[in-house]
Design a protein around this ligand. Structure first.
Ligand code: PLP
Length: 399
């Protein structure tokens, strides 16, 4: 059966190479292959399943919506589903935080919201340069590649003169770079997910934000991977205090059910788009709107999920610290994005392989793939977390 994948699917396929089984069913933190083998999913669809696989609350809403022949595709026409999402976003996310953002629906991927942010920053400022940080990842479309810094993005951007100098994760010297190159914006991940769970310190992010304001450079926060509660609060930058980005990119878990959806949040005075200027066919994914609205109504009407995520994150880091200490490894992370840092990528890859054999899905990240990243759904129970960490520990032992 696996033959059809080998024979027909492009060589570009990737995650299926790490987990060479055919998956069929999923629920919560578990995914099951066609032979009935169960795996604890601590990869969570690369961060798009913060509320777990097939969350039953959202599933019911989706089934009702489809059964009643309500509009599934709508371009960007007005629909009841979109209204519900915008109302939920306003009520549970923007208003309580005092954020005055306009919501742009872009194409449904992380790269698409990043592209819109880059284009908008250029339009607002009339300048072209957008600075990205070393070790960053913002997606695989050309503009996103240009502000990213990982092996693949570097290889892909090689034929083009890189118009974007990547800046170090240090603030000293950045004022000079700003003054010399007069960028339109900088784009930053508060936690570099693909880069190996590198957590930007609060002081650093505050400094970056202040420097941007001082030099008239727009601050774009790419919260595609670590937004929607991954670090605890809804937005990853909330815990920094005093940082309100000009533009925020959201995707992955905003769709609630793993359904494709992306939003660009734009400070309302900076929403200078003309109608239709940034367009696309798939901006009206009403199924994703339904699940996204239900997710906000369910999990963001109070701070239960946020507090749980912080508590569970501490538990994960305590266990990782024990594991690391026994074996001379490093630990990084915040909330429920955490990483175990190995001396080499080979070791990290071997541990991921051993974990898969034991029924745990985890992937590597980092410049050399040296970090085993743990990103379970936020709804994972403490028992499941413990079970996953036991499997990880056994995998480290085996390797
Ligand atoms: N930005 C960040 C921070 C990401 O982690 C990713 C994907 O991992 C993207 C953008 C790109 O998202 P997508 O793969 O949906 O285009």
């Amino acid at each position: 059966m696996a033959l059809v994948f080998d024979a027909v699917e492009s060589a570009v396929r990737s995650y299926c190479r790490s987990w060479p089984v055919v998956f069929d069913q999923a629920r919560g933190s578990w995914i099951v292959d066609e032979n009935g083998n169960r795996y604890l999913d601590f990869f969570a669809g690369a961060g798009s399943l913060n509320y777990g696989h097939n969350n039953p609350l959202f599933k019911e809403e989706l089934l009702d919506y489809v059964s009643a022949d309500r509009v599934v595709h709508s371009l960007d026409m007005l629909t009841t589903a979109k209204r519900r999402l915008l109302e939920a976003l306003t009520r549970y996310v923007l208003e309580p935080r005092g954020f005055d953002y306009r919501v742009q629906f872009t194409g449904p991927t992380g790269a698409a919201t990043v592209e819109s942010a880059l284009e908008l920053a250029r339009k607002i400022t009339g300048r072209h340069l957008v600075l990205g940080f070393e070790n960053s990842f913002h997606g695989m479309s050309l503009g996103a590649i240009m502000v990213s810094d990982n092996g693949i993005s570097r290889a892909h951007s090689a034929p083009f003169a890189r118009q974007v100098p990547l800046v170090h994760g240090r603030l000293d010297g950045l004022a000079e770079v700003f003054a010399a190159s007069r960028p339109a914006a900088v784009i930053v991940e508060t936690v570099q997910g693909e880069g190996g769970v590198v957590v930007g310190e609060a002081e650093w992010l505050r400094g970056l934000s202040a420097l941007c304001a001082e030099h008239g450079v727009l601050l774009i926060v790419d919260d595609v991977q670590v937004g929607c509660g991954r670090t605890g609060p809804f937005f990853s930058f909330e815990s920094v205090g005093g940082v309100v980005p000009d533009i925020v990119c959201l995707s992955k878990s905003i769709g609630g059910y793993g359904l494709p959806l992306a939003l660009t949040l734009i400070r309302s005075d900076l929403d200078v788009w003309s109608p239709g200027e940034h367009s696309g066919t798939f901006r009206g994914n009403n199924l994703a709107f339904v699940a996204a609205a239900k997710a906000l109504e369910t999990y963001w009407a109070d701070d239960v999920l946020e507090k749980d995520t912080l508590t569970k994150g501490e538990l994960v880091r305590e266990r990782l610290a024990d594991l690391a200490c026994d074996r001379n490894l490093g630990v990084r992370g915040t909330g429920l994005i955490n990483g175990l840092v190995f001396p080499t990528g080979e070791q990290a890859r071997a541990v991921c392989g051993a974990a898969f054999e034991r029924g745990l899905l985890v992937e590597t990240s980092g410049r050399n793939g040296e970090v085993v990243k743990l990103m379970p759904p936020l709804t994972t129970t403490v028992d499941e977390l413990t079970q996953g960490l036991d499997l990880l520990s056994a995998s480290c032992g085996a390797v």
